[in-house]
Each structure stands twice: as structure tokens, then as C-alpha cells.
Design a protein around this ligand. Structure first.
Ligand SMILES: NC(=O)c1ccc[n+]([C@@H]2O[C@H](COP(=O)([O-])OP(=O)(O)OC[C@H]3O[C@@H](n4cnc5c(N)ncnc54)[C@H](OP(=O)(O)O)[C@@H]3O)[C@@H](O)[C@H]2O)c1
Length: 289
């Protein structure tokens, strides 16, 4: 559960999902990396009031740990909460989904309660089938930078979800980063790109730091320099409105060092290897549900 202990603070209070605290009562089933980040981020953003949030884990050990960390009621048996819960956010692994959906169905989930799932590969159609009826459903895919409220989440609405449900989902995930709407058919691809994306970038950061060490820069300094270079470059793409290709050309002096380095990357097929990584992760994501 890497990242579970990280504290938020990167985003300004109320900057995302502004409009006051939610009046709805929220239950978060699964208080691991993602579930905990959403509870903590929502509280930090002023969106969630701890008295209107409960969370659930499977084991007593995780329950104790999450209760201490999150400061909300954390349960292993949440049946009695369901009748007064307006929004259920499911943050368990795909393999646990059937069990959770069966519990919700048989233990009194309100028919008007909004159910949001972040489980990779689990379709809205399957959730609707297993829950039965016309439950409002939203499927989300986020990524681990939501732990520091710098995630990016894609949301797809089920046929029974109304605009008020999507507004609520946007507020919840907006509290931990950026949020976009995406057709559900693209969510597995999104998982391969953005859900898995942080891991690709950590590998690239590690590899570039190795490169720095190889040319004599101490490891700690190399890592600090690379992390800030990645952060700054990403902000340039977001804020300049220019394409990465144009920004790259700015760095590339004729007969200079950068073009030499870039040609080595092309020789190693970096561009094609990254595209293949996204395609493979997308293929696997489509089988998880
Ligand atoms: N991690 C990522 O990078 C990432 C990114 C995007 C989306 N996701 C999606 O987010 C979901 C959660 O991932 P995660 O990384 O947060 O997982 P995680 O850290 O393993 O957390 C899973 C949580 O679910 C709880 N749980 C399991 N079965 C349960 C049950 N029957 N009832 C109640 N709670 C139960 C676990 O409790 P115990 O500890 O007691 O077992 C744990 O608190 C996955 O579906 C994944 O596809 C993950």
C-alpha cells in the first residue's frame, strides 16, 4: 500500500470541488491507497465532514490503521449504515467487487443512492446487473497522485445517473486533482495511460537519475534535479498551450548536446516502447473485470 501514509497539502483548500461541504452521507468501501486518499483529500479540501463519512475495510487490522489515519468511522461490517448512506464509493480491487456488490444488494443499499466505483475493468453494465434495478452508477478511474491531491480522474456516467450525480462525482474527485468526463468504452485505455502512468514515469525518473549518476552527479542530487525537471516540463505543457514537439525544439540547438541525447532515445525506440506499454496495460485492464 505504497503512498497510504502520505499527507496531502499540494492543492489549495477549496480550489477544487468548491461550493461548501457535501450534505450527502458518504460510505467508502475499501480504505486502501485510493479510498484513503479520497477521504483524506475530501476532508482537507473542506468537501467532506468527518461526521458524514464512513469507510470500510475487510480486516480488523486495516480497520484500526485506517480509523487512526483518517479520523472517520471505519467498519468491517457496514450493513447498518447503508439505509442512511447517499453515496457509496467502492474502492476495492476488481476481484472483491462481486462480494461487495452482493453485500450492497442484500443489506439495504438505498435504490436512490449513487454508487461510484474505481475498480479497473469492472463495467457499469456488470455493476447494474449485480446490483439489480436502476441504481444510479458512475464508473471512475483515477491515479495515485490523488494521494497528494494531484491526481487525474476520468468519470463515465451510467444510463441511470443524472447530471446531479455527475456533479457530485466531479466534486468528490475534483478534491484530489483534475477530473474529466470520458466515454466508458475508453476507460480501459485510460487505465493503461493514466492509471498505470505514474509507474511509467517513476521508472523514467529512476532511469534518468541513473543517467545522472553515470556522469558523476550524486544520487540524491540527481533525483531532486530529475523530479523537478519532470514537474517543470509537465507544467510547461499544461501552461504554455504549445505542443511537446515545439517545446522540445526550443531545447534543441543545432549540433548541440540535446539533439545528440534525443537521437539516442530514438535509437532505443523510447517512443514506440512507451506506446506499447500503454497498449499492453490497456489489454490487461480490459480483462480485470
Ligand atoms: N492503486 C492504483 O494505482 C489505482 C489507480 C486507479 C484505480 N485503482 C483501483 O482502485 C481500487 C482500489 O485499489 P487500491 O490500490 O486502493 O487497493 P488497496 O490499497 O489494496 O485497498 C483495497 C481496500 O479494500 C478493502 N477491502 C477488500 N475487500 C473488501 C470488502 N469485501 N469489504 C470492504 N473492504 C474491502 C481492503 O481492506 P483490507 O486491507 O482489510 O483487505 C483495503 O482497505 C482497485 O479496484 C483499483 O483497480 C487503483
Amino acid at each position: 500500500m505504497a503512498g497510504k501514509k502520505s499527507k496531502s497539502g499540494a492543492a489549495k483548500k477549496g480550489a477544487k470541488g468548491s461550493g461548501g461541504a457535501l450534505k450527502e452521507r458518504l460510505g467508502v468501501i475499501g480504505a486502501g491507497v485510493i479510498g484513503s486518499a479520497l477521504v483524506r483529500g475530501g476532508i482537507d479540501a473542506g468537501l467532506l465532514h468527518p461526521s458524514r463519512v464512513w469507510a470500510a475495510t475487510k480486516s480488523e487490522e486495516s480497520r484500526r490503521e485506517a480509523a487512526k489515519e483518517l479520523g472517520v468511522s471505519v467498519l468491517t461490517d457496514y450493513d447498518s449504515e447503508l439505509a442512511r448512506t447517499d453515496v457509496v464509493l467502492i474502492c476495492v480491487k476488481p476481484a472483491q467487487m462481486s462480494q461487495v456488490l452482493a453485500t450492497l444488494k442484500s443489506k439495504g443499499l438505498r435504490r436512490d443512492a449513487l454508487v461510484i466505483s474505481v475498480a479497473a475493468g469492472v463495467t457499469i453494465e456488470r455493476m447494474g446487473r449485480e446490483l439489480g434495478g436502476s441504481q444510479p452508477l458512475v464508473r471512475a478511474m483515477t491515479n495515485t497522485p490523488c494521494v497528494i491531491r494531484q491526481g487525474i480522474t476520468a468519470l463515465a456516467a451510467g444510463a441511470t445517473a443524472q447530471s446531479k450525480h455527475m456533479t457530485l462525482a466531479h466534486r468528490l474527485f475534483g478534491a484530489v486533482g483534475r477530473c474529466i468526463d470520458l466515454e466508458e468504452r475508453l476507460l480501459d485505455a485510460y487505465t493503461g495511460l493514466a492509471g498505470s502512468g505514474p509507474a511509467y514515469l517513476y521508472l523514467i525518473i529512476e532511469a534518468l537519475a541513473d543517467g545522472g549518476v553515470n556522469v558523476g552527479i550524486p544520487r540524491k542530487t540527481a533525483l531532486e534535479v530529475v523530479a523537478q525537471t519532470v514537474l517543470g516540463s509537465a507544467r510547461m505543457v499544461q501552461e504554455s498551450g504549445r505542443s511537446p514537439a515545439a517545446l522540445k525544439d526550443d531545447v534543441t540547438t543545432p549540433a548541440g548536446c540535446t539533439i545528440g541525447g534525443l537521437l539516442k532515445l530514438e535509437e532505443g525506440n523510447l517512443r514506440s516502447v512507451l506506446a506499447q506499454a500503454v497498449a499492453e496495460a490497456t489489454r490487461i485492464a480490459s480483462k480485470l473485470g
